[in-house]
Design a protein around this ligand. Structure first.
Ligand code: ADP
Length: 611
């Protein structure tokens, strides 16, 4: 049975499909099996009753062997019919359709002939009994027409065989009444054969119609289930007719409206439902609607979600309301909006922080420049005058002051070095390091640096070995910065080599890469692995106790690295605690001075002659 709920709409079938189905249906062997078995049993039963009653009536008048024989013949027919019924039962419903087959025709024909055999007794009975017999025969023929409607050929065989002996008997009477009776019998037989055939075709047609009906119903049911499956997996929608009665809806529709499926079935009409859900009658316009990213109105739904509504006209005055669930998009869009706002805020914060940092950096640079000027001026005076006194340019002072004045001079120089380092660091941080390109003679720079570093850091006993090949090419670099690099490296090597351990300073050309390398090696305290990276950062030192033991502020190596990088070079460190340290600065091959045969410098940093 079709589901009668409004959700399950039963669509009228397409008349075209009915025709299509009719042509494909064939009556199967099993279709009439049950009915036919029943008919056989009824037939056997009537063949027991009718002939027995007829023979009983005739026996009262005739009491002849013929009546007994006739009755026995009928019983034989019954036995044959029962055997037929039994065989069919054994074969079951799947048996081949034998109801039009020769066996059935023979059985029916034999049974009819047994009835017809009654005509042999006609001459011996009076007219009243003859009429009784003819009436019984007419009844048997009339009853067989519908009973044998399932097998018209067998029916015809039965009817003809019942009737022809009586017709022949009446014909042979040679009287008008006899002829009339014969004609009546023939006419009656014809009418019954036609009736039998008509009934047969009605039965078959009925059967076909009911089969078609079942097939159609199955088809429609399947199509409907498919439609509902699609509907349930699609967006929320409802189809309704001109009176607002809901015809079909997808399961998402009540869910979006915050209603139960049963609410929809109970109401049946759309408007009260929308009212119940607190939605405007025309869903496409509402005060609560907001615009989505594309500017289309989006409605808040009772289930807390958002949907875009659209109404469409359908054929026959029906309409469809679609609700596209846009909750996720709406949430994503508002999330995006709040993220954008936060991003803007952050951007504003960052840019004001950057402005503040720039201002602070500017102030720091100005402060450092001013301070360096302020510090340098008196410091230069202190260094200059203590140097004059130290050198006794204007006569000697008390020997006690000699010692003090050396301290004043050395401390002034040390302080000036620190101030210069801090200034260089400020320049580095402000990206203001400018490399003044020149051709640097490294042997010369190494000698000068060793002298200056020894004055500042070196114990008198330290032995410094220099290894510079005679044919070492010059380096395109900033002489001041190269000297700073060397002074810092040699200074550290001297500082961290207690007890006058040897220090080696050298420069070489890497033949494979054509790079010039500067290196400083000592055999002092060395640097632990974990400290080797961070000591190149400003104010970093290898260990707190070291700074106290050896002094320094932790700027030297950070300046060295910045100066090397300013020359596109790189620094390498190889150190082991207690064994010493080797620091190598490599400059790119482009900075190596290349002289051609004509004595011209062809390297990249060579000064170009005006054309
Ligand atoms: P400073 O020497 O003024 O402290 P540097 O930046 O030149 O600053 O050096 C940073 C630290 O690296 C030093 O404090 C020291 O701990 C370590 N260091 C540098 N050179 C050597 C070296 N040749 N041997 C051992 N330790 C060194």
């Amino acid at each position: 049975m079709p589901d009668s709920s409004p959700h399950r709409v039963f669509f009228p079938p397409d008349p075209g499909s009915v025709r299509a189905i009719s042509t494909t249906i064939d009556i199967p062997a099993s279709a009439f099996h049950g009915s036919f078995q029943k008919i056989l049993l009824i037939y056997a039963g009537t063949t027991v009753c009718f002939p027995s009653i007829t023979c009983l009536l005739l026996w009262q008048q005739l009491q002849d062997h013929w009546v007994l024989a006739w009755w026995l013949l009928h019983m034989l027919a019954v036995v044959i019919i029962v055997i037929d019924w039994y065989i069919r039962r054994q074969q079951g419903a799947a048996a081949a359709p034998r109801w039009q087959g020769p066996v059935d025709i023979m059985v029916a024909g034999f049974s009819g002939l047994v009835w017809g055999a009654g005509a042999l007794g006609m001459p011996q009975i009076d007219t009243a009994s003859q009429l009784l017999l003819v009436a019984v025969i007419a009844g048997v023929i009339g009853g067989s027409a519908p009973a044998l409607a399932l097998m018209p050929a067998a029916g015809a065989a039965f009817i003809v065989n019942v009737a022809w002996p009586y017709a022949v008997y009446f014909l042979t009477q040679g009287s008008v009444i006899g002829y009339g009776m014969a004609a009546l019998i023939v006419g009656y037989v014809g009418a019954m054969i036609v009736a039998n055939r008509v009934l047969h075709s009605i039965m078959v047609r009925n059967w076909r119609l009911s089969s078609e009906n079942t097939a159609l119903y199955d088809r429609i049911r399947k199509a409907q289930d498919e439609l509902l499956d699609i509907a349930d997996s699609s967006e929320a929608f409802v189809f309704f007719d001109h009176a607002g009665r809901m015809l079909l809806w997808s399961r998402r529709f009540p869910a979006l409206l915050g209603l139960a499926e049963s609410d929809l079935k109970r109401h049946g009409a759309l408007q009260p439902l929308l009212e119940r859900a607190g939605l405007p009658p025309d869903l496409t316009t509402s005060h609560d609607a907001v615009a989505d990213d594309a500017g289309r109105p989006v409605l808040p739904m009772p289930n807390g979600g958002w949907a875009r509504a659209s109404l469409r006209d359908l054929p026959h005055g029906d309409r469809a309301l679609f609700l596209v669930d846009v909750t996720e998009q709406q949430q994503a869009s508002s999330q995006l909006q709040s993220q954008n706002t936060r991003l803007e805020e952050l951007f504003r914060e960052v840019s004001s922080a950057r402005d503040a940092a720039l201002r602070a950096s500017q102030a720091k640079s100005t402060f450092l420049a001013n301070m360096s000027h302020e510090l340098r001026t008196p410091l230069n005076a202190v260094i200059g005058f203590s140097d004059i006194i130290r050198r006794k340019l204007f006569g000697s002072v008390s020997p006690k002051y000699d010692e003090y004045i050396d301290d004043v001079y050395n401390s002034g120089c040390h302080l000036l070095g620190i101030i210069d380092d801090i200034l260089d660091l400020a320049r580095i941080e402000a990206n203001q390091i400018v490399v003044q390109e020149s051709r640097v003679d490294l042997a010369e720079e190494i000698a000068t640096s060793i002298r200056l570093a020894s004055q500042q850091f070196g114990p008198a006993s330290a032995s410094i070995t220099v290894a510079v090949p005679d044919d070492l090419p010059a380096l395109h670099a900033d002489a001041r910065l190269v000297r700073q690099i060397l002074i810092n490296l040699v200074g550290n090597a001297l500082k961290f080599s207690p007890g006058g351990l040897p220090v080696e300073v050298g420069a070489r050309l890497e033949p494979a890469s054509n790079e010039i390398q500067l290196w400083v090696r000592d055999y002092g305290i060395g640097i632990a692995k974990q400290d080797q990276a961070r000591i190149f950062d400003p104010f970093e030192q290898a260990g707190a106790h070291l700074s106290r033991n050896f002094g320094g502020v932790g700027l030297g190596l950070s300046l060295v690295r910045a100066f090397v990088v300013a020359h596109q070079g790189r620094l390498a460190i190889d150190s082991e605690p207690g064994k010493g340290t080797l620091i190598t600065a490599s400059f790119p091959a482009t900075r190596t001075v290349n002289m051609n045969d004509r004595g011209e410098d062809t390297s990249r940093f060579a000064p170009r002659r005006a054309q």
